[in-house]
Write a protein that binds this ligand. Structure first.
Ligand code: DGI
Ligand code: FE
Ligand code: FE
Ligand code: FE
Length: 187
């Protein structure tokens, strides 16, 4: 799919600022894919559609998870987690995007998972470091992303998990498993 066509398809689903974020993720993902030897075209498409379901009705997404998706445990955690697996499902059904690597990159862009593919890592990281983001500690992650994908993601997860703890938010086990896996497996 052409980049212009992909952007045209996602735009009506997003707010203005979320569309700006999406462009940032797309540009960052292409740079990271180039840097770390991943498929730039897949990175572009996964990035464009990663937040496709960000503004879908939460109750409809809960129902989709209950009835059709394997990740039932997500229902007990923050409703902010729903848009990743539900977005992957909608992109497949509504836009006929069948590439499993792209679908998985969308599905796991919020939590990561153990044993992520290179493309999944690129999207997970690009979502966090794209130029419009201003999280505390993001510059350190941007610096690490210049040279080491896993180190950057470990630092990003440390920031995310500390932030969630500071807000006394439930930690979704898969987010922790992603962290545990990376600190024991990275080169
Ligand atoms: O959709 P974005 O805002 O671009 O970013 P995202 O999809 O990475 O994250 C959405 C939200 O998910 C963000 O506020 C942090 C939250 N999140 C990620 N992992 C966990 C989590 N929230 C909880 N409660 N627990 C988690 O493990
Ligand atoms: Fe998201
Ligand atoms: Fe993210
Ligand atoms: Fe995002």
């Amino acid at each position: 799919m052409e980049q212009s066509r992909a952007l045209e398809l996602v735009k009506p689903h997003l707010t203005e600022s979320r569309y700006t974020h999406t462009i940032g993720v797309m540009e960052t993902a292409i740079i990271l894919a180039e840097r770390f030897g991943e498929d730039k075209k897949k990175a572009e498409i996964a990035a464009v559609f990663h937040d496709y379901a960000k503004y879908r009705d939460k109750e409809q997404m809960r129902q989709l998870v209950r009835d059709d998706l394997p990740c039932k445990d997500i229902l007990e955690y923050s409703s902010e987690l729903l848009h990743a697996p539900c977005g992957a499902h909608y992109v497949e059904k509504e836009l006929d995007i069948r590439d499993q690597e792209i679908i998985d990159a969308i599905k796991y862009h919020t939590t990561g998972r153990p044993n992520m593919s290179g493309l999944e890592k690129v999207i997970f990281l690009a979502d966090y470091i794209e130029p419009n983001r201003q999280f505390p500690g993001v510059d350190e992650v941007r610096e690490l992303a210049e040279s080491n994908l896993d180190e950057a993601i470990i630092q990003m997860l440390e920031n995310m998990i500390s932030f969630l703890i500071s807000k006394r938010q439930l930690l979704y086990p898969l987010t922790l498993e992603t962290y545990n896996h990376l600190i024991t497996h990275f080169e």
